[in-house]
Write a protein that binds this ligand. Structure first.
Ligand code: ZN
Length: 94
């Protein structure tokens, strides 16, 4: 192991020995997801980046939208948009 300032703990090195290894491991996995390139829903290119917490912006077409805090599309978000669609369809039928 090379003794660098950030050590082997990657992006969670800033936490030092605090919060416990398991929690740091979990945060590291989440932050990796957040920092990776995601697909833009408009131009379909993998140029979507996290702008700030919950804000996602495409570097290619400039498309910005509010998504999940750590992922552009969350399971909860998908579910809520499906319910919205269902309610809209029901409203049209009646
Ligand atoms: Zn785009």
């Amino acid at each position: 192991m090379v003794r660098t300032r950030t050590r082997k703990s990657g992006s969670t090195g800033r936490f030092g020995p605090r919060y416990g290894a398991t929690i740091r491991k979990r945060i590291r996995a989440i932050e990796k997801t957040a920092k990776a390139d995601h697909r833009c829903p408009r131009c379909r290119k993998y140029t979507l980046r996290k702008e700030s917490l919950g804000i996602w912006k495409c570097r290619k077409c400039g498309h910005a939208f509010a998504g999940g805090a750590w992922q552009p599309i969350t399971e909860g978000g998908k579910r809520s948009s499906r319910i919205t669609k269902q309610l809209a369809e029901q409203a049209q039928e009646s």
